[in-house]
Design a protein around this ligand. Structure first.
Ligand code: AMP
Length: 218
């Protein structure tokens, strides 16, 4: 299964990506997580990415595309993958299409998690992320078993810098201007499957898998 997950910040992409990747036994490739790991490790890429992420802007395509191209050459991605947070604009979508066409491994589906604008803000403000393993939680919709502690690794949960109010507004604008056009791009390619991001985590996962099963023959 070669799958892309798209949707606005706050739609729950990271959470659903973890469940869907486990269900299909494919690696979850999150460009945001790769950037955050680089920031934590003080790499050159991390320093560059942080200056854009803190403002809610996209990291330049030249950097992001090369990073994803490289990640897709790893052994674990040869039998499929779930991309979360990439592509984020039409140019990235075109680069990805070309890379996959070269290997004759086209995408199977693009799953859009749809959510009302009004709900996005309330969702984002409750979002917490593990400072150690990046696992996503939500104080209302997906709370950890012990307050502020990661269920997976025991790390402390934090609010991402770019989940703070000032940055959220810009991230939503960037989504509307730059990322939304990829929805039509993939609709035209006949790959788009839209599912509602409402409800609890397990319900959304089940709905997504049902929609993918109906649309993709595997
Ligand atoms: P995410 O964790 O997917 O919400 O991504 C967090 C931030 O990382 C974004 O707001 C961007 O600054 C950066 N980022 C992640 N993916 C991409 C991408 N495909 N292109 C450019 N910037 C990205």
């Amino acid at each position: 299964m070669r799958l892309i997950l798209v949707g606005p910040p706050g739609a729950g992409k990271g959470t659903q990506a973890v469940h869907l990747a486990a269900h299909y036994s494919i690696p979850h490739i999150s460009t945001g997580d790769i950037f955050r790991t680089n920031i934590k490790n003080n790499t050159e890429l991390g320093t560059l990415a942080q200056s854009y992420m803190d403002k809610g802007e996209l990291v330049p395509d030249s950097v992001t595309n090369e990073m994803v191209k490289d990640r897709l050459t790893w052994d674990d991605a040869q039998a499929g993958f779930l991309l979360d947070g990439f592509p984020r604009n039409v140019l990235q979508a075109e680069v990805l299409r070309a890379v996959l066409a070269e290997k004759s491994t086209p995408l199977d589906a693009v799953l859009e998690l749809s959510i009302d604008d009004a709900e996005i803000i309330s969702r984002l403000s409750g979002r917490r992320t593990c400072s150690q393993c990046s696992a996503p939680f939500h104080s209302l919709f997906n709370p950890p078993k012990v307050e502020n502690i990661c269920d997976n690794c025991g790390g402390a949960l934090i609010q991402r810098e770019d989940d703070k109010e000032a940055t959220i507004a810009r991230r939503l604008e960037v989504y509307a201007e730059q990322t939304k056009p990829i929805i039509s791009f993939y609709r035209n390619e006949g790959l788009l499957i839209t599912t509602s991001a409402r409800g609890d985590v397990t319900e959304i996962t089940a709905r997504a898998i049902a929609a993918l099963t109906a649309a993709v023959v595997h």
